[in-house]
Every structure is written in C-alpha cells, then in structure tokens.
Ligand binder design. Sequence first.
Ligand code: M6R
Length: 612
Amino acid sequence: MCGIVGYIGNQKASPILINGLLRLEYRGYDSAGISTIEKNGLSIMKDKGRVKNLYNLEGIDNLTGTIGIAHTRWATHGKPSQENSHPHMDNSKTFSVVHNGIIENYHELRNFLTEKGYTFYSQTDTEVIPNLVHYYYNKDEKNDDLKFLRAVKNACSDLKGSYAIEIICKNHPNCMIVTRKDSPLVIGKGENENYISSDIPAILSFTKNFYLLDDFEFAILTTNSVDFYNKNLEHIQKETKSIEWNAASAEKDGYEDFMLKEIYEQPTAIRETIGAKFNDSSKCEFDELNFTKEYLSSLNKIYFIACGTAMHAGLVGKNIMEKLCKIPTEVDVASEFRYRDPLVDNKTLCIFISQSGETADTIAALKLCKEKGAKTLAVSNVIGSSITREADYSIYTHAGPEIAVASTKAYTSQVVLVAILAIYFAQILELDNKQINDLKKDIIELPKKIEETLKISENVKGFSKKIYQEKDVFFLGRGVDEAVAKEGSLKLKEISYIHSESYPAGELKHGPIALIENGITVVSIITEKHLVEKMISNIQEVITRGAKTLVITNQNVDENMFDMTIKIPETNSFISPILSIIPLQLLSYYISKEKGLDVDKPRNLAKSVTVE
Ligand code: M6R
C-alpha cells in the first residue's frame, strides 16, 4: 500500500520525485524517501512522517541527479522510523531499492544472506532485496549489458509475496530497472524522459501515455527508451495506452479537500458512467460484454465480491439483481470469501468491484473463482488495473481519479453501473419491460437529482456541529437502506474516528438497543415505501430511550418527530442509495473538519490496499 515514483531524463529528478510522492501520499504516509544517482554515487534522503518533511532534509536542494526513485510508506514490517524508511541500499551501497508489497519469506532470505556475511540495519522485509541483488550481481562472471537485469531477475526468483520494485545501481547510472508481482506499477512515457508510479494520477501532469507491466515482467528504462523482458529475460514488445483523464482532475481545484471535491463531482461522475448506454436504441449495450440468454438462464447465482465501500456497492447490487433479474445473488467480503471454500462453479458469475482495481484481497478472490471455473467480471474505475487484466470481462465506472482515502464518487458510480448491468441482463432475459423502463428513466434523471440532493444536504453541517464530540453513533435502515447505513457508518468511522455501528433497524431489539441511552445519536435512512411504518416504530423506540435522531428520507414522514430530517428527491428504490448516501458523506466530512482532522488522509488508512 506504499506509493513508489521513479524518474529518468534530463531534468533534476528530486523535485519531480517529491511532487509525485505528494500525489501518492494517500497510499501511505508513515515515512518518505528518495534516492538519486549523483556524481559521487548513490544518494539517499529519507525520514519518518509525511512527504513534506523531505523538504527540510539538509542537502536535498543540492541534489542534481537526473535519475531517481522514491517511496512513501504504509508500514507493514518495522515501525515508522528513519531506518525503516525506503529507499534501502545493499551493504556495499551499490544498489538502491524502493518496494511496495510484502516479501513473505524475508526471514528465510535474511538468514541466508546473514550466513553469507550481509548485515541488516532495518526491520523491513525490503532490505533483503538490494542485498540479494548484490549477491547475484557479484556471483555473475559475465560483464555484459544485461548483468544488472540478470541480478534483479535472480533475486526476484527467490522472492515470495508481492512486490512492485524500482532499483538503481551506481555501476549503471543511465538506467533503472522495474518489475512487479501483484502490486501496481505503471510506466509513463515522456519525450526524452520516462516515469514510474504506483498509479496514473501521480504522473498525469507529465504524460498521458502509459505502459502496463504484467506480473513477473521487467523493464529497463533509460532517458530515451523502455525495454521489456518476460520472466525468462526474453525481449518483448509493448504498446502504450493513452488515458483520457486530464491533469486538473487530480487537483483540488479550489476545494479545501479532495473528499469535498469528489462529493461534488458526483453528478458528473454518474453522468459519465451512464455515458451513451441508453442513447440510441431501446436496448442498453455493453461493448465489452457478450452474455447470452442461455448463459444467464443457466446461472446458479451471481456473487459480488469486494472490500469496504466497494462491497457496500455490491450489497445494493444484490437487491437489484435479485429483484430485477431474478438471479440469486450473494455478496461477500473478498478477504473472507477466499478462505470460505466458496460454492462457485462454471454456473456462477463472479463480479468483482474495485475502484482502484488493485486491492490484493479482491484480486486473490478473482483468481480463485477462475480456478473454480466461474466467469469473472470486473467493475473498476481504473483502465488497465490488475483486476481488469485478470478478469474475463471488465466494465468501467467513469468517476475520474478518486484521491481522498474515503470513497464517495466511486461508490455512487459503482452502484449506477451495477444497476445498468442489471438492466442489460434483464433485457437479455426478456424480463418485465415496465420495471426495466422505469429504472432506465430514473437512472437518466439521476445527475439532476444528485445536484438537488447536494444542495439540500448542506444542512447537515449544523447537525455535525452538535454531534462531533460524540463517542458513538448508530446507523439504521431496512432493505436497501441497510446497505446505506453500513456505508454511512464506514464513512464516519474512517474520517472522524467516531465509533459507529450500523444495524438492520429491526435487529435493534435483539441486543444493540441496550446501548441506546440519553443523548446518543441515531441516523436512519428511509426510502422504501413498504418499510416506512416499521422504520418509524424502530426510531420511536430509540427516541423513547433519549436518542438524538437524524433521518434521511424521500418518504412522507412526520418530520416533527426527529431532531433533523433531510428530505432527498424521490427515485426508484433500486438506486435510492446513490442519493441517500450523499448527506451521510457530507455529515462525516463536516464532523471530521469540525474535529480538525486530515479528511483526505485518515490515520492508519491507505487508499489502495495492495497487501492481504
Ligand atoms: O479500490 P477498492 O475499491 O478495491 O478499495 C476497497 C476498499 O479498500 C475501499 O472501498 C475502502 O473501504 C475505502 N476507504 C472506503 O471509503
């Protein structure tokens, strides 16, 4: 979950590297560091804490090297400290390495290298890599152009786990080697310069042309070239991919925080994700998909598999798939699914939702489903991400880069895309036309209704001032609103550090109501007409016990009952979560601001979770 950046060209590398790290800081912010090749050899500057600390390091302004690697860390092995910060060097200070991932057999490799006389100065798993490269480099008697690459390749053959690695060597000052397995890495192609990054937005202001490296492949970068090799070190060819995102979309654009900007980008994100899907014909089409009535009718179930917020989008998807398409649907957390020995076979369609497309647990679950013979479909926001490269089919949300750790526009875009997918399935299955057409119409009206909802939801700011010092908050819902309660609760936890719980409202009386006491805040969502009365009864039960209540609804309710009501526009209950989550996103945002917290980079979290 760390971020890595690399540069090779004719410009001074250090400012470019630090700039890239600042944009990748959402991936981890326990420590940061850069390594460049200077006239007198390799230089390393690193420290614990945020990337901006690098500006204060003595000598950082004197660096003139035009090749360098950089890292921002989310600590796994070894506490955040100067010595555990990347880059790491081998004992002879010939190789410098940054690494994102986890080397699972590092103990074994450390013992092996210690026996060979190597010393370790950090507690990290990464430090074995430069030393292993050094070991193989010295053993190699050939002194040809590929000696450096062979050493990296031999070292990587010993590694178990996941890695995206950049490595530079003082004996080869005009090149950099990169490789990856199960951790993200993109190569940006510039004019007489090349870039490396963990993701595209960090280097979008330099280039829009990218190479994607597959697992076990290697690339040698020089100022004017990028050469690719497969795991047997055979030379291979790759084409660049162009990305349509613009650099401004990765900037705050006048907003105080990325999260706020991304909340307000939801009308556009939804509009772009709907795209031309309903434009010309009466049928909704996905160019990327070719499902038949025969295949969809043969399914024993659909599985949505994902993590965190993306899993909550799956919960909404289950409701739509079962009610609209009449296909039994299950939802599972990727990290649990994998170890459950799940009942998946060639009659199961497994749908993986992932904004980043790089979540390690989700990728592992996808690989498992493929082994079991299921068809796999990825729903991602990042073209060319690992998940989309592994899956049989991929469809994309068009939310643009999501930088804030707390997911907002990606979630609502996932929900709308899954709803459109359900319409596509229902059409193929020749199911209830009226239900399909009603949903289509409501999806088309969504961007306008999101704009309205954003205006109305500003009112939660006042409520946030009343509750920001609370220790516990409860979220209640029934039916599809329970999925929204879960997502609202997750948003609050991650950016405000307030403990929160979400419950199906009817479940309260089976235990959790014991926690309701005078003054506690209960947030409820009511968008399902047939559940209004039941919800009101459950809310009444907490009011009786002294709870403060906030209700998000599009139904006719007696607003006098509650401390605050946010009345959102009416829409189809399949997609109401897209509207009802908005006041909850803003509530969490304002509470976090009221507490003076870093909204975009909450403690202990990283945007893209590339470790298991
Ligand atoms: O990139 P992914 O969608 O696979 O990420 C999954 C989760 O890590 C992510 O949704 C996480 O829960 C967010 N921080 C929630 O706001």
